[in-house]
Ligand binder design. Sequence first.
Ligand code: ATP
Ligand code: MN
Length: 306
Amino acid sequence: MTVRTVAGRDVRLTSLDRVLFPEVGVTKGELLAYVDDHAELLLRDLRGRPVALKRFPSGLSGEGFFQKSRPEHAPDWLGAVDVPLRQGGVKTHAVVEDVADLLFLTNHGTIELHPWLSTAAALEEPDTVLFDLDPPEGSDVAEVRWATRAVRGLLEGELGIATRCKTSGSKGFHVSFPLTGPRTFEETGAFAGGVAAVLAARHPDRLTTETRTAARDGRVLIDVGRNAYGQTAVAPYSVRARPTAPVATPIAWDELSRVEPRRYTVTNLRRRLGQRDDPWRGDGVSAVDLADLAAPLEGLRREAGV
Ligand code: ATP
Ligand code: MN
């Protein structure tokens, strides 16, 4: 056990030698060191947001579960927000503010961090639009790459929206862009749904918006379901609970053709960031006013007949 003191808060770090990823031998101590060393990059997209946790308290060889509620035995200083549930009632979620919070959650068995697309201060106001590209079962990465490029092509080439890309650290890629001004999930969901519908109509043999696995029929799913109240997407630089300890990694668009979704891991990410800066930093992607895009998107929908 060691104690890491951050801004007067003592975080107990325990069982440092426990192997969390047996296939590659990554221990809890190494995961904590990864989180500590990359806290700034993790916090950029986590700070101030409700966060859901994927926890594996005894590592990948044990039980894992997705947890939305704030851990019960968390220290008082861990942020909290009472989230009204659509079906009634409230649920207290954890809110991450600093490195102490990240270390507490990691020590508590969290491997994956999944923030909302809105902040605790404005739960109903998404500040990001996100497309989640999911490859069909057993397909080559080329297909999901093609689909990821197609999403970018429409957003950037036809609507003039600069976008960001990250690996999911699992099977696919995520494409996103930031928003200006207060927006509702109805608006972001309708916008993302419209874009996905246009693309699926143009390429019915390669792309689908059908979330049921049986109906996908070998096509890449453009999942826009993240653009809704209470939904999450894995945080940039979050580790994934998969055998090689991969990391959801921001990439530059010109890297898409060579980077695989699980290319970067807890073990090799340091080398990447030693060789190049975080590709999202200073990338010139600016926040977009969705209101300006309603008419152009409507035009594309009409042409595509959706
Ligand atoms: P992959 O590349 O394997 O698709 P992913 O992170 O995109 O990785 P998805 O299954 O496509 O995973 O889900 C997209 C997002 O939805 C996740 O990043 C996560 O934030 C959220 N999510 C996934 N599974 C659950 C779950 N069981 N409960 C709640 N949210 C989930
Ligand atoms: Mn996905």
